[in-house]
Design a protein around this ligand. Structure first.
Ligand code: FAD
Length: 501
């Protein structure tokens, strides 16, 4: 009888994508029936700067049965309540993109309609004042959300700042304990079947041949299989997201770790600051057409919160994605599939999405094109949504800051984003995605944070008594501040978990 189920999976690459994939598959597949082999090259190494995450990583860790305390200890992680954007909006104003909603239910309409109404009547409170995550972040406080109740403590979520290299090592141990075989060496050649073009094996430069039924391309920007071997073309989005370089350097910790990532706008890009337990991760993402690498490095080193701990590391990238992430018997996950710059910490999430979808559609030896098409549709759809959200930050930025920001302000944008912006401008509403990563609270944060207000609001809210709405908003702010006052500092919350204090 012909073999139906796949018996050998080969993962090419041992960066975050490779080891996350290995961990998830080894947890899902019985090694007696299917051998998983991961090939990585110590000579090439990994990108390993993916340090800021979004809340979905917790679901991934839970799926693997990972203990949170163990994970925080092993990866030197801290908690993250959102991102503070410094100097992105109008007149250099700062704003937060929180993991959570703004405000609570007042009546039947979305909270922001009441807030916009009050603002139009002269109320000066900021949208940020109605977010638990933001108020906690500003006070450097943290507590775990109460997911089971309707209390204020259920209005937010959290993610982690982590050491990506330690996370990959952690998942390597996890995977090897579950039967994943690790091979080190440089892949020199990819062999394909002459008839259908399917990948049959990868050949290392010492001559070792690793055969497989299904190949997962986690080879990073090299895209060894999906692009080099299978010739899937790359869709370039750098005209919309023009940053193409980064310089990264860790520095010593300074004071208590913040419970949020910082994104600080500079003349031709922006700088990240990501607080871990043992260091702060820093990097400057910039566009080399508007700034030299020497200038970019000077800006980074002059704006570090503490002394650097290593030599700066340079990275180059092109924003975009492959036309297909799954082609024939090869599935690309991670940087080999595509890259969207790290402004909203989305790469690890996109890895996760690829893994979930692969587990759902795990092929047998027939490799149905239905599975392939569905995988490609879902992955591309999510990339497009994240892409538009990232472009929004650049499009709304103050054009007077520098020629780079002028370019971003004036550039034409995708129709999909144009429509979303027009709808919000006209009505104060969003064409809601039924699913996906960035929903109303995220879009609202960036629109309002960067000074993009609607011309009209829901007419129903305008008929309400302003004094009554204003009183409710005031009570809400008071209650929120009281609730934040009652929770521990970020450092104490972290220590309580790590040391059982
Ligand atoms: P890599 O880390 O590049 O791994 C590639 C693997 O392939 C390596 O093991 C290498 O040895 C192997 N390989 C390649 N060629 C061969 C060969 N010929 N033979 C054998 N092995 C080979 N993501 C976030 O979620 N949050 C962030 O804050 C964030 N910040 C980022 C900042 C920057 C500047 C950049 C560039 C990326 C950032 N990312 C972030 C993305 C994140 O770093 C990546 O998504 C993540 O590291 C996954 O990378 P990867 O595993 O796909 O590729």
């Amino acid at each position: 009888m012909q073999q139906k189920s796949i018996r050998q999976i080969v993962i090419v690459g041992g960066g975050t994508a490779g080891w996350m994939t290995a961990a998830a598959l080894s947890n899902f597949i019985d090694p007696k029936h299917c051998q998983i082999t991961l090939v990585e090259s110590e000579q090439i190494g990994t990108v390993g700067v993916g340090e800021a995450t979004i809340p979905h990583i917790r679901v991934f860790n839970q799926m693997l049965g990972i203990d949170e305390k163990d994970f925080l200890t092993q990866t030197q992680a801290t908690f993250k309540l959102g991102i503070k954007f410094c100097g992105w909006g109008d007149q250099g104003q700062d704003y937060f993109h929180p993991f959570g909603a703004h405000g609570f239910e007042i009546d039947k309409l979305p909270f922001h309609q009441y807030w916009l109404h009050a603002r139009n009547q002269g109320d000066t409170s900021a949208l940020d004042d109605y977010s638990f995550s933001i108020t906690a972040a500003k006070n450097n406080k943290f507590c775990f959300p109460d997911e089971s109740s309707n209390s204020i403590y259920s209005s937010f979520s959290y993610a982690y700042h982590l050491d990506a290299n330690l996370y990959a090592q952690y998942l390597r141990t996890y995977s090897e304990q579950r039967g994943v075989k690790r091979v080190t060496g440089l892949i020199a050649e990819v062999a394909k079947n002459a008839t259908d073009g399917f990948v049959t094996s990868v050949i290392l430069n010492d001559g070792q041949q690793i055969k497989g039924d299904l190949f997962i391309d986690c080879s990073g920007f090299r895209s060894l299989l999906i692009n080099k071997a299978l010739n899937v073309s790359f869709e370039d989005w750098s005209h919309w997201l023009p940053c193409n370089s980064a310089i990264a350097v860790p520095c010593e910790t300074e004071g208590e770790p913040l419970a949020y990532t910082q994104s600080i706008a500079h003349d031709a890009g922006w700088q990240w600051q990501i607080p871990l337990q043992h260091r702060i991760g820093n990097g400057h993402v910039f566009c080399s057409e508007f700034m030299t690498k020497e200038q970019a490095q000077d800006i980074l080193l002059n704006n570090l919160p503490a002394a650097p701990m290593a030599e700066p590391k340079q990275l180059h990238f092109k924003t975009g994605m492959h036309e297909k992430s799954w082609s024939k018997n090869c599935v690309a996950i991670g940087l080999s599939s595509g890259f969207l710059e790290p402004l909203e910490s989305t790469s690890i999430y996109l890895i996760q999405l690829g893994i979930y979808k692969l587990m759902e559609l795990l092929p047998d030896m027939h490799f149905s094109s239905v599975d392939e098409d569905e995988f490609n549709r879902v992955v591309k759809d999510e990339y497009l949504k994240v892409r538009d959200f990232l472009i929004l930050h650049y499009k709304l930025s103050d054009p007077n800051k520098s020629p780079f920001w002028r370019y971003c302000h004036d550039m034409p944008i995708p129709d999909s984003l144009e429509q979303r912006m027009a709808l919000f401008k006209e009505t104060g509403y969003f064409s809601e995605y039924s699913a996906g990563l960035f929903l109303t609270p995220s879009w609202l944060s960036v629109f309002i944070g960067q000074g993009y207000f609607p011309d009209n609001i829901d007419p129903r809210v305008e008929t309400l008594n302003f004094d009554a709405v204003s009183k409710q908003l005031q009570n809400m702010r008071h209650y929120l501040q009281q609730s934040v006052d009652a929770i521990p500092t970020h450092k104490n919350a972290l220590n309580a978990l790590l040391k059982g204090q």
